[in-house]
Write a protein that binds this ligand. Structure first.
Ligand SMILES: [Zn+2]
Length: 306
């Protein structure tokens, strides 16, 4: 039986937010089965990392509750998904997850350093029976039945550095670690002034992003020849972890982004809504029941609405 998992011990990492540019300390704490990935802001507000709490998908995945937001959660989510970590409390002392090197690799390393611990509750994979498609003729994502979680992704960008890139793989832990985790986020130099004016990319640099200039990348080198499409898949894996359950299906897609990833996740959620097994709602659980001792989750106003 495939059991839910959390981490074995508390671990932390510091960095700056890709969009905010602000320093942030992120701490991962073990959590009980069926907690999911739960962010906790400095004021104690709890923000579940699930599709119902996505409040912005324009340049990153932002979740929010009670007026508190946590930005750019997708690379941490991707690492947790790939390593099969279902349950975590994630403390952040600023509003954005640290960018670190712009990929999921540092989060993979952090999770490995924490170790994995099984929990006495089975995982409940979402096994697709019917295809689900979102998007239009230019940008779309589709999921079809398959006996494993597989992604086939096409990135088609007229920029000479990118062009057409296609990757297809079964997203196992090993494949994620070897083929996807190190692929960095990317942006176009020409977009940087507008992004910064709009409160985006303020922490972005060659240390945490691939920056695409007119004819070449400004970084010394790429980590993969097709790093761009690999990062797209990494983001997709992270965004689909907003479902909180492993997905069994083949996702194909072209030129998507966070907004489309969220659309797909929401459509999958709707398709499975009817078959959800009753389980104790978090709303009725005292926080102490939800978190493994040592998690030090204190009751806060608002927990009742989770
Ligand atoms: Zn990304």
């Amino acid at each position: 039986m495939d059991l839910q998992r959390t981490i074995r011990r508390k671990v932390s990492v510091e960095g700056i937010g890709l969009h905010s540019g602000e320093p942030v300390l992120l701490t991962l704490t073990p959590a009980a089965a069926d907690t999911g990935i739960l962010f906790r802001a400095a004021d104690g507000t709890l923000v579940p990392a699930d599709i119902e709490h996505v409040v912005d998908g324009r340049a990153a995945t932002t979740v929010g509750a009670f007026g508190v937001r946590v930005r750019t959660i997708e690379h941490l989510m991707a690492a947790a998904a790939a390593l099969g970590i279902d349950n975590l409390v994630v403390d952040v002392d600023a509003e954005e997850v640290p960018a670190l090197d712009g990929s999921a690799k540092p989060f993979v390393d952090l999770l490995y350093s924490a170790g994995a611990a099984p929990l006495p509750v089975p995982r409940r994979p979402l096994v697709l029976r019917e295809p689900i498609r979102v998007g239009d003729g230019h940008r779309w994502l589709e999921i079809t039945p398959s006996d494993c979680f597989r992604v086939t992704y096409t990135l088609d960008n007229p920029h000479p550095v990118i062009g057409q890139q296609i990757v297809s793989l079964e997203v196992t832990e090993a494949a994620f670690v070897d083929e996807l985790a190190a692929a960095r986020t990317y942006g176009f130099l020409k977009d940087v002034p507008t992004m910064r004016k709009n409160g985006l990319a303020r922490g972005g640099s060659l240390d945490n992003a691939v920056v695409v200039g007119k004819r070449a990348v400004l970084n010394d080198s790429l980590r993969f020849e097709d790093e761009f499409v690999r990062h797209k898949i990494l983001d997709l894996v992270g965004d689909l972890w907003l479902l909180g359950r492993p997905l069994c299906g083949h996702v194909t897609g072209k030129n998507g982004g966070h907004a489309l990833n969220h659309e797909l996740a929401a459509a999958v959620r709707r398709a499975f809504a009817a078959e959800r097994r009753p389980r104790p709602s978090r709303a009725r659980l005292h926080p102490a029941d939800t978190i493994i001792p040592g998690g030090s989750l204190s009751p806060r106003p608002g927990i009742a609405a989770l």
